[in-house]
Design a protein around this ligand. Structure first.
Ligand code: HEM
Ligand code: HEM
Length: 233
């Protein structure tokens, strides 16, 4: 116990495409937020298209990516989520550590992906008619009722994103400060230190080819670009 470091092992946790997705998503969302404040609507739209491409990629990667990136590996029933949540206050790191998202974190991931996906899609139908005079690329293709509903969604859903991102970052900092677990570093480098007795769990992760991941991401980017170009006619 008094020499904990020697009982720790470095293990690989997140593949490159998941890490690229995460930090590119953060940059794109912050850019979309900031450019809205600055009334830079063209860059706002580009940041939003990037979010859409990233979300499309992540959905595909959730089926064909590394084993711990797959939805099936981290979407757990309420019994597991509650069981995990009860363990958090007093549980040891060995108890709380999963070779992927924990059962509570897994749902946070789903919620974040859905919310940012809704934001990006609703943006395609959003308009600003007062002084920027900007229409999302799909506004011209739908009824004005649908466009105004999507516009409302775009302006409302952002508040859910603020709340959930706040909770998400709070949770990451909680693990860092209270549990002394650096999950953030793992999302940057892909690796983390874990108690040696649980290192086996990580040896079982099957990593998918990062080149395939990046190729899928590029294709998603091209698909979004083609859709926007076609919609603008
Ligand atoms: C716009 C803000 C953010 C969004 C939308 C976001 C979204 C996400 C998503 C979707 C995942 C799941 C990753 C995957 O499996 O693909 C994730 C994981 C993660 N994020 Fe964020 N994130 C944001 C900001 C941050 C920030 C600022 C930090 C650091 C303080 C952070 C730390 C983490 C960590 C540590 C994980 C992995 C959690 C685990 O080990 O289960 N995120 N985030
Ligand atoms: C996930 C990506 C996106 C985020 C985080 C985001 C965020 C925001 C935010 C915070 C606002 C201001 C809402 C308010 O003041 O109540 C906004 C407005 C707007 N967004 Fe987005 N947006 C995204 C994607 C898009 C896309 C893809 C488009 C269109 C191509 C778009 C078009 C617009 C328009 C036209 C407005 C109205 C501007 C205004 O009322 O001043 N957004 N967005």
């Amino acid at each position: 116990m008094n020499n904990q470091m020697s009982d720790e092992k470095k293990v690989k946790l997140w593949d490159f495409p998941v890490r690229l997705f995460h930090w590119a998503l953060v940059v794109a969302i912050v850019t979309a937020w900031w450019t809205n404040q600055q009334l830079m609507i063209d860059i706002h739209a580009i940041a939003g298209y990037s979010v859409l491409a990233l979300v499309l990629f992540r959905i595909i990667w959730g089926f064909v990516g590394s084993s711990n990136a797959r939805f099936a590996s981290f979407i757990k029933g309420p019994d597991k989520v509650i069981g995990y949540a009860i363990k958090v206050p007093n549980g040891s790191i060995s108890d709380l550590t999963y070779a992927g998202h924990n059962p509570a974190g897994g749902w946070m991931v789903v919620v974040l992906i859905v919310l940012v996906g809704i934001q990006a899609v609703s943006g395609l139908f959003a308009s600003e008619d007062t002084f920027l005079f900007f229409d999302g690329p799909l506004v011209a293709h739908v009824s004005s009722d649908l466009a105004s509903t999507m516009n409302w969604i775009h302006h409302t859903n952002i508040n859910l994103i603020y709340a959930m991102v706040g909770l998400h970052v709070f949770a990451a900092l909680f693990y860092l400060v209270v549990k002394r677990e650096n999950l953030i570093g793992a999302m940057v480098t892909g690796a983390r230190m874990v108690p040696a007795e649980i290192a086996d769990k990580f040896a079982k992760i099957r990593f998918a080819s990062p080149i395939v991941g990046v190729a899928i991401l590029v294709i998603c980017g091209l698909a979004v670009w083609a859709m926007v170009t076609a919609a603008r006619g």
